[in-house]
Structures are given as structure tokens and as C-alpha cells.
Design a protein around this ligand. Structure first.
Ligand code: UD1
Ligand code: CA
Length: 450
């Protein structure tokens, strides 16, 4: 059966104290809205409708950029969760299948939970996701009669006995889309908050002879983000889950809690990730690689057997072939480094290609930027680039060539040649000793005068 996600994301998120709409604050480097949009991937939702309000244009950009098929509807006044769902009515006209309502600020609902809700729909018209709260606080309360959910009571409207219930509403709802929108149309706002409560569909539905039930999940899944402390807590939860998943899949991390991962990080088995490594967006590391301590990687690919760091920085477009070595204090950007090549110490390699088996000495810099344009450096195979060589791009070093230490290379070097581009050394016999004598005498005479 087809599924449509309706993601509520219109709220201001006042307690975030931010100019950015709440749902655009990142967890694992991507807006929490994207976590919500990716919820229930195994149900392969045919439609994703996002109800935006505050910062709707920004929300639209982010959502569309992630999934061009995402649809945005705008709720210009936030009159309640039921009113928010009503905004999806036009978009869903003629849609046949179930609708699942999610909150954009509740990013951890698992796939498995939505599967169970979907399955529960076989015997019930309305399925609500509940959880047993350690501290039920201000959550809506689920009033059960055996297997049947008779109604949901918002905290503000609840009497003392109802407030004693610890089975709470997560906000996630699953029902046939047409049925849901029919029920929504009947909502009233005669309650403590003066809002159109989505939660009232249960009572209205039951009065019409529909059945409702609750599926429960662990409270950790329903974590909602309202303030920055919760955002930080959510980040920590996400990180520990991702680390656990990588460890399970065969990645070695002696100090997992110090490794920071991104939403899309991919690491192959038998790869070693040492402590304090940070992964930015779009990093893939193949099996059997080593990422040593304090390295920072983003937008790069590391092949089998490669060793990176300690203290290396791989920036977007860095592609390391098998058994490449990138050592300490080396920065690589937009560069393809072929099999077995080494850049081991204190270098900058940007907009470059390095052939297999080449060795780039300490302190080498590809001077790729003239202040206006970027230029490319091409280094062939089995090249030896002497320490402290400045490669002024555009420039090409042929296969099996060599540059002398300290050279400033401005012209291409043909294959097999040695390029020396530095002032020739001259030794002046005894000069240093004579000069030191003179200077020391001068210092001694000045000391006497004072
Ligand atoms: C809601 C539930 C409550 C549940 C709790 C779980 C209702 C009436 N209450 O309460 O039972 O225990 O969530 O966290 O549904 N939103 C809009 N437009 C609106 C109002 C809200 O898009 O007009 C969005 C918000 O941005 C937010 C979500 O809906 O992402 C939930 O709204 P919020 O006001 O936080 O609901 P609660 O009062 O917490
Ligand atoms: Ca809330």
C-alpha cells in the first residue's frame, strides 16, 4: 500500500533562541528535518509533504535540495497540529493509501516502529504511536480501554487522574489519508490552548464507529528537540548509534566516543579509526584503511590499505587510491593520488594529480591559486618531489622525474629529468668565523661602556 508522510515543521521553535528555523538545526551535519524526511525509508513513501511556516522559504530549499520530489505546503498561522495536517488536504486529493504524520523536530522514530504502526492498521483505522514516559510532564496522555485507544487528552485539558497516566502521545499518527483528512475537517478548537488538536481525531473517529489503537516504542525514539541542550543530547544519541553500527559492521575504533561521524559516513570493515577523528560530509573509506588520530576528512574517498594522518586534513575532492600514505600536517584538496604515492609531511596538495609510486617530500606546496584563478599541478608516476618544492601551477612533472629540494618550479619538467630551480650555493672560506669574532668584540665593548 502507498504511504504519504506528512511532516509538521511550521513551528517557530522559540526556545532554540535562533534565527534559523528549528527544523533546520543540524544533527550529524544535516538538518533534523532531513532525518524526519528519511524516516520510514523501508515503507518507500510515495509522497513527502512538509508543512512549513516559520522560515518556509529556507525549509523549502533544504527539503527540495535533499529530495526534489518533496512537497511543501505553507501553514501561515500556527493554529495547532490538526490545522497543520489540514494544510496537506489539497496535495493529497485523490491519494489512495495511508498517511503518516511525523514531527520535523522528532528525528529518531525508527523504521521498525513505523513498520509496526503500518501493520497495526490491518485491524484499526487509526494508529497512534505512544511511549511510556519516565517523566510524562506535559505530554498528551493516551487513555486506553484494553487494546482500544479511546482518546488522547492534552496535558492542559487533563484532570488529575488522567495526568497520572504515563502512556504518552509521541505525535506520530497513521491512518488512511482520506479518513484522516475527513476527521481533521471536523476538529474544533474549544480547548485549553484554543488550538486545533490533531489528537482529537481519536475521539471523533470513535464516535463515527472507527477503531483506534496505540503502538508503543522506546522513549528514546520520541525525543523531541525544543532547545539547544536537547539538540546536543540528540547529537550524542545519534553519534553513539552510528558508532555502534560501525563497530558492529567490523570497523575498529579503540576510542569510539571520540570519533565524530556524519550522517552519510561510510567506512569499510577492518578499517582502523584512531581517536579524535572527525568525519564531515561525503566521506567513504574502503576496507582495511587506517585513519590515524586527529585527522579531519570531508568530501573524500580513501581506498583500501591507505594510511591517513595523524593530523591530516582531507578536503572535498581528495581521492586516495590503494596504499596511498598521507602523513601529519598534510592538507589535500581536489586531488587524485594514485596507488602507493606518499605525501608524508607538512604539505599542501590542491587541484593536483599525483601518479602511482611518487614521493612528495616534506613541506611541498602546490601553488594552485594566483589570486583569481585556480590552476592544476600534474605529477607523473614514480616522481620524487624534493622537500620544500614550490610547484607553481599550472605545471606538469613527467614520469620518473625529480625536483631538487627547495626548488620553485614554474616550468614543466620532462620525464626523467632533474629540475633544479634555486640559487647555486657558494661557500666563503672562514667568513663566518671572522664575522662572529667581530660581532662578539663589538658586544663586549658596548657592555663596558654601560
Ligand atoms: C504535541 C501533541 C501531544 C504530544 C506531543 C509530543 C497535539 C495537540 N499534541 O504537543 O499530545 O504528547 O506533541 O511531543 O498534537 N506544529 C505545526 N503547526 C502548528 C502546531 C505545531 O507545524 O500549528 C508542529 C511543530 O512545529 C512541532 C509539532 O507540530 O514540530 C508539534 O507541535 P507542538 O506545539 O510542539 O506540540 P505539543 O504541544 O508539544
Ligand atoms: Ca513539542
Amino acid at each position: 500500500m502507498a504511504t504519504a508522510l506528512i511532516i509538521l515543521a511550521a513551528g517557530r521553535g522559540t526556545r532554540m533562541q535562533s534565527d534559523l528555523p528549528k527544523v533546520l538545526h543540524p544533527i550529524a551535519g544535516v538538518p533534523m528535518l532531513i532525518h524526519a524526511m528519511d524516516t520510514g525509508a523501508s515503507l518507500a513513501p510515495a509522497r513527502k509533504i512538509i508543512v512549513a511556516g516559520h522560515g518556509a522559504d529556507m525549509v523549502r530549499d533544504v527539503a527540495k535540495n535533499w529530495d526534489a520530489n518533496a512537497e511543501i505546503v505553507v501553514q501561515s498561522e500556527q493554529l495547532g497540529t490538526g490545522h497543520a495536517v489540514a494544510q496537506a488536504k489539497e496535495s493529497l486529493a485523490g491519494f489512495e493509501g495511508d498517511a503518516i504524520v511525523l514531527f520535523g523536530d522528532t528525528p529518531f522514530i525508527s523504521d521498525e516502529t513505523l513498520q509496526r504502526m503500518s501493520a497495526a492498521r490491518k485491524n484499526h483505522d487509526i494508529v497512534i504511536l505512544g511511549f511510556v514516559a519516565a517523566d510524562p510532564g506535559r505530554y498528551g496522555r493516551l487513555v486506553m480501554q484494553g487494546d482500544e485507544l479511546s482518546r488522547i487528552v492534552e496535558f492542559n485539558d487533563a484532570d488529575a487522574a488522567t495526568r497520572d497516566i504515563n502512556l504518552c502521545n509521541s505525535g506520530v499518527v497513521c491512518a488512511d489519508a482520506e479518513v484522516l483528512l475527513d476527521l481533521i475537517a471536523a476538529l474544533k478548537n474549544d480547548n485549553a490552548a484554543g488550538e486545533f488538536y490533531l489528537t482529537d481525531i481519536v475521539e471523533i473517529g470513535r464516535a463515527r464507529g472507527l477503531s483506534a489503537t496505540a503502538v508503543t516504542c522506546d522513549e528514546s525514539e520520541t525525543l523531541g528537540i525544543n532547545a539547544r541542550t536537547e539538540l546536543a543530547a540528540a547529537e550524542e544519541i545519534w553519534q553513539s548509534r552510528k558508532r555502534a553500527a560501525l563497530l558492529r559492521d567490523g570497523v575498529t575504533m579503540p576510542s569510539p566516543q571520540s570519533v565524530h561521524l556524519h550522517y552519510d559516513t561510510i567506512i569499510g570493515r577492518d578499517t582502523l579509526v584512531e581517536p579524535n577523528v572527525v568525519f564531515g560530509p561525503s566521506v567513504t573509506v574502503e576496507s582495511g584503511a587506517t585513519i590515524r588520530a586527529f585527522s579531519h576528512l570531508e568530501g573524500c574517498h580513501v581506498s583500501r590499505g591507505a594510511v591517513v594522518g595523524p593530523y591530516a586534513r582531507l578536503r572535498p575532492g581528495a581521492e586516495l587510491a590503494e596504499n596511498v600514505k598521507i602523513g601529519n600536517f598534510v592538507e589535500v584538496k581536489n586531488a587524485q593520488i594514485a596507488e602507493g604515492a606518499k605525501v608524508n609531511h607538512l604539505s599542501y596538495v590542491g587541484d593536483a594529480e599525483i601518479g602511482s609510486g611518487s614521493n612528495v617530500g616534506a613541506g611541498v606546496i602546490t601553488c594552485n591559486y594566483d589570486g583569481v584563478f585556480k590552476h592544476k599541478t600534474t605529477i607523473g608516476e614514480r616522481v620524487f618531489v624534493g622537500s620544500n618544492t614550490m610547484l607553481v601551477a599550472p605545471v606538469t612533472i613527467g614520469d620518473d622525474a625529480m625536483t631538487a629540494t627547495g626548488s620553485v618550479i614554474t616550468r614543466d619538467v620532462p620525464a626523467g629529468d632533474l629540475a633544479v630551480a634555486r640559487a647555486r650555493q657558494e661557500n666563503k672560506p672562514g667568513f663566518a668565523r671572522r664575522m662572529f669574532d667581530k660581532l662578539r668584540k663589538l658586544k663586549a665593548s658596548q657592555a663596558k661602556e654601560t
